[in-house]
Structures are given as C-alpha cells and as structure tokens.
Design a protein around this ligand. Structure first.
Ligand SMILES: Cc1cc2nc3c(=O)[nH]c(=O)nc-3n(C[C@H](O)[C@H](O)[C@H](O)COP(=O)(O)OP(=O)(O)OC[C@H]3O[C@@H](n4cnc5c(N)ncnc54)[C@H](O)[C@@H]3O)c2cc1C
Length: 418
C-alpha cells in the first residue's frame, strides 16, 4: 500500500533524515517523483559483501552528497507546495525503477515477485470470483476451514474475506501468531528485516525495530487479524484431530477437539492447511534425557516462572533460537554450556537489536514511496545475494567448499566466528 503522506518538517529535520537515507532509494525517487535522471547517471560501484562471496551495487560514495542535495531540494519543494503523494507510475516504469533501486537486472519472473514485494498493490493475489459460476447462493453455502492462525492462516483468512467466501479459522493455540505465539524465549525475534517480514496488505506499518522482537510481531499479527476482519472468524484452543474426504457429499468430515475437551464432527467444503513446520516442539532422543533432575524445557515452551539467574545452564543446539537466547542467558547464568552437534554459520547483522532511528522513521513517514522502496531493497538484496556462493562448480575441487564464491563466503563466516 502507498503511505498517504505529505512532507513535514523543517530544513534541519529533512537534512538529518537524508543523511541516513539509502542513496539507491533517493536516486530512484528523484527519477520517479521529478523525472530527474541525474541520480541514475551517477556511477555505481560494486562492493564486496561477506568477504566478496556476494557483491552489491551501490552509488559511488563520492556522489552521495550530490544525490542528498538533490533530494533535499526536491523534498523542500514538496513540503512548501504541500504536495500529496502521486499515483503509482505505469507498470513499465515501475519495472524500470525496480532495476534502478536494486542496481540489478530482473528477469520477467523476478519483476513479478518484485512487484508484489514493492507492495504498491495491497492485495496482489486477490481472486475475483466468476459470478457466472459462483452465484451468491452457492458461495454463501460454501464454507472453508483454515487450520492455523500464524502468518499462513491470517493471510488465508484475509484473502477469503476479500473474495467473500465464508470461512472459519481454528487453532490449537490461545492466540494468533503461530510460531510467534509459542516462541517466547528471551530475545526471540525475526532474523529477516521487519519491513520485509510483513504482509503486503498491512504495510506500511510503524515497526519499532529493524528486526522485531517476538511481542512486536504478535502485536502486528493481532493488528492484522483484527483490522482485516479475520479475528472474528477464529476459534482458539480448537484442535483438528482428523479429516476424511466424504466422497458422497463432496465435503471434508473434520473431527475437532473443542476448548472444553469435547470432540465434535463438522463438515467443510474445503480445507486450507496452515499448520506450519514448527508447531510441535522437537526433542532430541538420547538416553537419560527424561531422568534429568534439573529443570528441562524447550525454547518453544519457555517456562517464564523459572529463574535461570546464577544457575548452571545447558542449551542443546546452535540454530537461530540459540543464537538469540544464549547471549541473554549468559549474562546472568552462573555458567552456560552450549551443546553443538553441527556447527552453524553466523553472519553479522547490522542493527540487529536496534530500534528504528528517528531519521529512518521520518523518511518512511514523510517521503512518498520511501517505505515501498525500502522494502523492495531487502528483496533485491536477497535476489542479488549468494547465487555464486550457492552454486556447485563441477570444476572446483577444493575440499570443504563447492565453488570459488562458496569458499569466499565460508572463509568470511569462519573469520567472523573467530
Ligand atoms: C524460533 C523461530 C524463529 C523464526 N524466525 C523466522 C524469521 O526470522 N524469518 C522467517 O522468515 N521465518 C522464521 N521462522 C519460520 C516461521 O515459522 C515462519 O516464518 C512462519 O511464522 C510460519 O507461519 P505458518 O503460519 O506457516 O505456521 P505457524 O506459525 O507454525 O502456525 C501454525 C498454526 O497451525 C496451528 N495448528 C497446527 N496443527 C494444528 C491442529 N492439528 N489443529 C489446529 N491448529 C493447528 C497452530 O496452532 C498455529 O496457529 C522462525 C521459526 C521459529 C520456530
């Protein structure tokens, strides 16, 4: 969605904000909003990222000031003239702008995904029912069951709502969020940027952190479910126990356990499974685990009544949950041992725990389309990233890596870990 905004603020506020702005976005906006191509004509340089394993295009920093100066003049003009946000450009122009913003060439397929990620359109996958086949009566009597109220369940509900198809969402949890409802361990947070880890139908959103912690994500999910009317369709603490296709009636016979514990049978015309991959805690299987006399729990079932201060703690596993949790536990535990079977790789993440700066907030709130291009830049970075590092080179014969790029990435990660 496009943020309905006007440029507000004195000259100093604009300048300060621009000092933190991404010049790849500014050059895109100069062209989009003012037809000024000069920002595009400034040369780009290729910078190594992750030790050269991947590369990124950025504006040659010696031209940053010139671009910021042009952007300042533009924003000042828009502020003084109190200009409203203009309508999005044509599709061809958007594709051209996408390549300018990303500094990359996009295939036709990438253009389509990128267009969704740009989130100019609120419901890019909206389905229009064919009224000649789906009469209002037929639709009224058609009922969909959505299992799960995580990101998948909420998105399913929003699109069914859009299409006007009756539906019910069931979840065995007591609230929305799925993964994010259950994983409340210390410092649980996304490791994909918040602006990227959000729905096109509910962006822009005033994220407080570049990488939102768990409570902020659950708040976002609740906000989405309420605002888009899904919340009223959710039955909490309701578990699907079994489903059988009823050939004669062309419906699913679904066995549900209600919050009271009672089991009931219901029928639905269609079922959307949004049960996710991690809805059951995964326990290792080794001798003695269940004879352990100390406190024992899984990160997805964190016992907040347990005080780990001053205790000897062991954490099994070195995945993302541990990466977030361990530094927190280590601060106050008497001793922390991490049990590692397979070592994981760690990459540096600038601003991982930082709140969004005042200047960035201002850019998103005031500059037309900045929010959309900021989101798109995350997508573009991922598109650009790691193709070489993840492609097997059949002629490469150095043990421990699969290609030159792969080896460079590996060395960079190893160096960072050291
Ligand atoms: C700790 C952790 C951190 C993560 N971090 C990231 C990240 O930074 N970025 C990223 O992209 N992904 C991350 N993920 C992956 C994350 O799971 C997905 O991004 C996303 O949340 C999955 O959503 P989902 O709706 O598919 O499933 P879930 O969020 O798992 O939701 C499943 C839903 O199904 C319900 N359900 C399951 N079985 C039944 C049943 N039988 N009856 C009724 N209801 C049922 C559950 O109650 C729940 O509501 C992370 C995962 C974990 C565990």
């Amino acid at each position: 969605m496009i943020r309905d905004t006007r440029v507000r603020g004195d000259d100093e506020t604009i300048r300060k904000a621009l000092s933190q702005a991404d010049t790849m976005i500014l050059r895109t906006l100069l062209y989009q909003l003012d037809g000024d191509r000069s920002g595009i004509d400034f040369p780009l340089i290729t910078v190594p990222v992750w030790g050269g394993a991947i590369q990124a295009e950025i504006v040659d920093p010696q031209y940053d000031e010139a671009i910021r100066e042009k952007a300042f003049a533009l924003l000042k003009k828009w502020r003084d003239e109190d200009r409203p946000v203009p309508a999005p450009p044509s599709l061809d122009k958007i594709f051209e702008l996408m390549e300018i913003a990303g500094g990359i060439k996009l295939t036709k397929e990438e253009q389509q995904v990128g267009l969704e990620e740009l989130a100019i359109e609120q419901y890019p996958r909206k389905v229009e029912l064919d009224k000649s086949k789906a009469s209002p009566d037929k639709v009224k009597n058609f009922h969909v069951l959505v299992i799960g109220s995580g990101v998948g369940g909420i998105a399913s509900g929003v699109y069914l709502e859009q299409a006007g198809i009756p539906y019910t969402v069931v979840t065995k949890d007591g609230g929305v969020g799925g993964t994010w409802y259950r994983n409340t361990y210390p410092d649980a947070r996304v490791d994909v940027a918040s602006h990227h880890y959000s729905f096109t139908f509910e962006t822009p959103y005033p994220w407080k952190h570049y990488f939102a912690p768990q409570p902020e994500i659950v708040e976002y999910m609740e906000h989405c479910a309420k605002k888009h009317g899904v919340m009223d369709h959710i039955r909490f603490h309701t578990e699907v126990l079994a489903m059988t296709w009823n050939e004669g009636k062309s419906v699913w016979d679904v066995k549900l356990r209600l919050p009271s514990g009672k089991e009931v049978d219901e029928q639905y015309n269609a079922v959307i499974s949004s049960v996710g991959l991690f809805n059951e805690a995964s326990w290792p299987d080794f001798e003695g685990l269940h004879d352990f006399k100390g406190k024992l729990f899984h990160t997805s079932e964190w016992d907040h009544s347990y005080d780990y201060d001053g205790k000897r703690i062991g954490i099994i596993g070195t995945g993302p949950s541990n990466m977030q949790l361990a530094p927190k536990v280590a601060k106050t535990a008497a001793h922390l041992t991490i049990f590692q079977r397979t070592p994981g790789w760690v990459i540096p993440m600038p601003d991982y725990r930082s709140p969004i700066s005042k200047e960035h907030r201002w850019l998103m709130d005031n500059v037309p389309y900045y929010d959309n291009w900021h989101r798109f830049r995350h997508f573009a970075a991922n598109m650009n990233a790691s193709e070489e590092a993840m492609t097997i080179d059949p002629t490469w014969n150095k043990p421990g890596s699969a290609s030159r790029g792969n080896e460079m990435m590996r060395e960079f990660f190893a160096g960072y870990a050291k």
